[in-house]
Design a protein around this ligand. Structure first.
Ligand SMILES: Nc1nc2c(ncn2[C@@H]2O[C@@H]3COP(=O)(O)O[C@H]4[C@@H](O)[C@H](n5cnc6c(=O)[nH]c(N)nc65)O[C@@H]4COP(=O)(O)O[C@H]3[C@H]2O)c(=O)[nH]1
Length: 591
């Protein structure tokens, strides 16, 4: 019950005296004037009374407000009418109004208020209303910011994945009605990570912002562009002529990226790999279309980057395998399920084991034979898993060599394969330095094997890296030599120490004229360049004799020994004589 309904003072049961009523009114006024919320009494949409906070919120003096129609606090007559439509029915039923409304201050500026209202006397709603008002502008702004952040990418201002999915859904429901098509295009910048790593994140961010602006210029009305994070952008466009329209837009995107970028004073050249999927052929919902476009994008990367590819169902099988292998590799890393096998590299004349090539194996449960890493290398490269795996291999191989050297095989060396991504990583030198420091091995005990294809990409950067590795004293070999396109002149530019003749040519010795000629030419070329040469995959005595007669001194292959676990390799070192064909004595040099 309302306190003032009862004219009796509840403290003594007697009617209120005039002094008591005055005291009570003063108390109420004190509450009103000290309240941190605006309080106003209105009747027939006119202000009867208000507190200090209310006048402060609007910047009007209290006596100016009293008697004024409440329209004075609304930004427009429409807003005033709208509030009437919402509030009057609620209040006249004696219910509580609770709403958020945009209000106007004396100086014309606006703010968001939370307005709660109730009839002063619910038994007589015409008696007037009391409203309580709070300024919630900051709260609203925070809420709007959160809403924005939930739907937009902070760096580029483009929609993010969530909003993109909504937009694709909308585009699909239109296309379903009009029997038209929708293209989803996954755009991934090539070698963007390299920009970030070499020039810093600030330059990377500028570049992404410029890319976003350029891509937006390729859009028409109704198209959507989003950034999914990193260097991944997605375009969705309603089209009439399916793949023809998609190809046109994809070419436009590649062209726009092809022009040089200037980011923080650096001139950069970018390209992208684009994967395309089409509704309804490749999927009927946003997720499946994005997945298909993503899969096609990987295909574009594999086909040499700077191109676009359409999704085909056959790609799915490949993508599935990639996923399984990537998971298997992650698991192997986490659970220590890798092992190194070692294959001898020998001096053909004497049979001396000169070096051990470390070859990675993935262990299998039970008695199953370990799997060669060769089957996984492309996926390890693509996912970046090669970097932690490669570090593990380097460290493990060096630790093993240290053990062998400590056993007395003082001149033994170790060869480790470096994949393109490992070779191009910025921390390569620091990692190698650290591992050599930890194991106390001299740099010339380590032989890094890189393929010709590594040299063929980005040759100036390579030259720098190779020079630094060479300066450190490491040995560098070109693996699978003959399968790339290195010319003599090209090779002369790089500080490498040895060539490894690819096993396919060795296999062709005396079987295939071309291979035989090629092997002879490679040996001669290596000699003229003062490079060492090692033949890979030597399986027969005939191959060995041919190679030796043409001046090849070192070899590796099943004829000399397969890759074996470290313990077996130790036995091999100890009992070389028994295992080495054509060797009379142990030739391993011991301290
Ligand atoms: N048929 C035949 N094969 C022979 C013979 N002699 C050696 N092989 C095999 O040929 C491969 C030689 O290694 P690769 O050319 O560096 O080729 C390696 C290398 O490219 C890659 N790989 C292996 N371990 C690593 C690693 O730790 N890091 C990196 N980045 N790549 C690795 O996987 C490839 C395959 O390795 P594996 O399966 O161990 O296979 C090895 C070896 O077992 C022979 O006489 N006949």
């Amino acid at each position: 019950m309302n306190t003032l309904d009862n004219t009796e003072n509840p403290e003594n049961g007697k009617p209120y005296s005039e002094a008591e009523l005055r005291q009570t009114l003063l108390e109420y006024q004190a509450i009103l004037d000290n309240a941190s919320v605006g309080i106003v009494f209105t009747r027939d949409r006119k202000i009867l009374r208000c507190n200090d906070r209310f006048s402060e919120l609007f910047g009007w003096p209290k006596d100016h407000l009293v008697g004024m129609p409440t329209i004075i606090v609304y930004p427009s007559a429409e807003a005033f009418d709208e509030m009437g439509r919402i509030a009057i029915p609620v209040l006249s039923r004696g219910e509580r109004l609770d709403t958020e409304v945009l209000l106007k201050r004396r100086d014309g500026s606006t703010f968001w208020g939370r307005l709660r209202g109730k009839a002063i006397d619910p038994a007589d709603v015409h008696n007037g209303t009391i409203f309580i008002l709070e300024d919630i502008t900051e709260h609203r702004m925070a809420q709007e910011r959160l809403l924005y952040m939930a739907h937009y990418d902070a760096l580029t201002g483009l929609p993010n994945r969530t909003l993109l999915q909504d937009r694709i859904k909308q585009a699909l429901s239109h296309a379903q009605r009009d029997q038209s098509q929708v293209v989803v295009m996954f755009i991934d910048l090539d070698y963007f990570k390299h920009v970030n790593d070499s020039l810093g994140h600030q330059v990377g961010d500028r570049l992404l912002q410029t890319v976003a602006i350029r891509l937006q210029k390729c859009l028409r009305e109704g198209d959507s562009l989003a950034r999914l994070g990193g260097d991944e952008f997605v375009l969705s466009l309603p089209v009439q002529n399916g793949s023809d329209d998609a190809a046109l837009v994809a070419k436009k995107v590649l062209d726009t990226l092809d022009q040089a970028f200037i980011a923080d004073g650096h001139e950069l050249h970018m390209s992208a790999s684009i994967g395309i999927s089409l509704y309804p052929n490749d999927g009927t919902d946003a997720e499946s279309l994005m997945r298909a476009a993503d899969t096609a994008m990987y295909d574009a990367k594999e086909k040499g980057r700077n191109n676009y590819q359409f999704f085909t169902p056959a790609l799915n099988t490949t993508a599935q395998r990639h996923l399984t292998v990537a998971n298997r590799l992650r698991q192997a890393l986490a659970h220590d399920e890798f092992a190194l096998y070692y294959q001898p590299q020998v001096d053909m004349e004497s049979g001396t084991i000169l070096s051990a090539e470390a070859l990675l194996r993935c262990l299998q449960p039970g008695d199953k034979a370990p799997i060669s890493f060769g089957a996984f290398i492309t996926i390890a490269e693509k996912t970046g898993l090669i970097l932690p795996i490669g570090d593990w291999v380097l460290r493990q191989a060096c630790l093993q060599l240290k053990q062998w050297r400590d056993l007395g095989y003082a001149d033994l060396r170790i060869a480790v394969n470096l994949s393109p991504r490992q070779f191009h990583q910025p921390h390569l030198l620091a990692t190698i330095e650290q591992i050599l420091g930890e194991t106390g091995l001299p740099a010339n005990a380590l032989d890094l094997e890189i393929t010709e294809s590594v040299l063929l990409q980005r040759s100036e950067d390579n030259l720098d890296t190779l020079q630094q590795l060479n300066d450190m004293g490491l040995q560098l070999s070109i693996d699978d030599f003959g399968t790339g396109y290195s010319s003599l002149a090209y090779l002369q530019r790089f500080p490498v120490h040895a060539l490894k003749i690819d096993q396919t040519f060795v296999r062709g010795i005396n079987q295939n004229l071309n291979d035989t000629a090629l092997v002879t030419a490679i040996i001669a070329m290596a000699q003229s360049l003062h490079l060492e040469v090692l033949a890979e995959g030597v399986e027969t005595e005939q191959q060995a004799s041919f190679l030796m007669s043409h001046g090849c001194r070192a070899a590796q292959g099943f004829y000399y020994g397969e890759a074996v676990p470290a313990k077996t390799f130790t036995r091999l070192l100890r009992r070389q004589t028994a295992h080495m064909p054509g060797v009379q004595d142990s030739n391993v040099r011991r301290k």
